[in-house]
Design a protein around this ligand. Sequence first.
Ligand code: EZ4
Ligand code: CO
Length: 419
Amino acid sequence: MNTPSPSESARPGSHRDREIVEARVIVTCPGRNFVTLKIVTRSGVYGLGDATLNGRELAVASYLQDHVVPNLIGRDAGRIEDVWQFLYRGAYWRRGPVTMSAIAAVDVALWDILGKMAGLPLYRLLGGRSREGALVYAHANGRDIGEASDEVGKYIEKGFLAVRAQCGVPGVKKAYGIASGGRPYEPAESELPAETVWNTPRYLETVPRLFERLRADHGNGVELLHDVHHRLTPIEAARLGRDLEPHRLFWMEDATPAENQTSFEIVRRHTVTPLAVGEVFNSIWDCKHLIENQLIDYIRTTIVHGGGITHIRRLADFAGLHQVRTGFHGATDLSPVTMGAALHFDTWVPNFGIQEYMFHAEETDAVFPHDYAFRDGRLHVGDTPGHGVDIDEALAAKYPYAPKQLPVARLEDGSMWDW
Ligand code: EZ4
Ligand code: CO
């Protein structure tokens, strides 16, 4: 397979060294479920890619194990672009979160191998450093406005320059983003989906009051963000964006579901609150209209759900042409492997905006040793070759898969709504 040219096989890191001899899918649950692909070359150098799709983990594990891994054995790990095209075009069935997460896992593992073989950190392979660190935002959640404001204050004290704020909505049971029982917020908390109830009018009157209070308590020196989590219609989102204008948000996220990209024209027409969208996208085709018509300011699709570095780099370049910046998804269901790869990308990408950052559980950090670190409001990558994230397989094996699904939302009359 992939007959090398003479010049390719003569050098160190030759085709023979780069031949993929093994690819393993590792499913582990250190605090939450993660799917990881480990690709091993004949030289012994290996790479890691994240394939976690929250609540649908085993679908991606099977896609990899049953349909992708047999295609990898014997292939040249250095042909990153060709492998990407083979898995995308060659599958005939294109796009979708399961396919694109599986392709991403392979792609990131191959970039990791390339970095290790070259002795270079990933950001240098991409084109080198554009900034000293990646501005990150943390999650502050409160059962009410006062508690949310206290939480924002705690993150400012920890050195965060940007904070996302969510608060409980009176009359709404289990509002999005609010932790139960003092534990860190983790939406996929039960084997079958938790039922939540949604009330748009109560929400629309609560959120502007939250941000009015946050500006009064914390001033204008901190960037504030908010996630609507797909709950509003376009005209309701337009109303909220307008009501939030005095409070100068960094962004309003996922204001309305975005399968219909033209719906953002309505939101955009009515408000100058910056808009971010795309954590559930998996391809450039999900945001082509949004970007080329400058209907959004930040694109959130991150490496794992968007086909890896090879595809997200194309997306980011396309976004850059339209002054759209990156604001990668970074909740706890994005494994440290994705975080590491995303931070290298953030360190390089010219049109960087911000990076979401929720702390992983201690068990997660122990299973995935990594060299990125938080300092002065920013995350900094290290200079370990590749993406700088490893896996302790013996420890991973101690945390067997535990099925968990994301919640669902219904209106008060029982109709299904967008969670
Ligand atoms: O609900 O990552 O911005 N962050 C978010 C997250 C998502 C989860 C889904 O898996 O919207 O909390
Ligand atoms: Co979100």
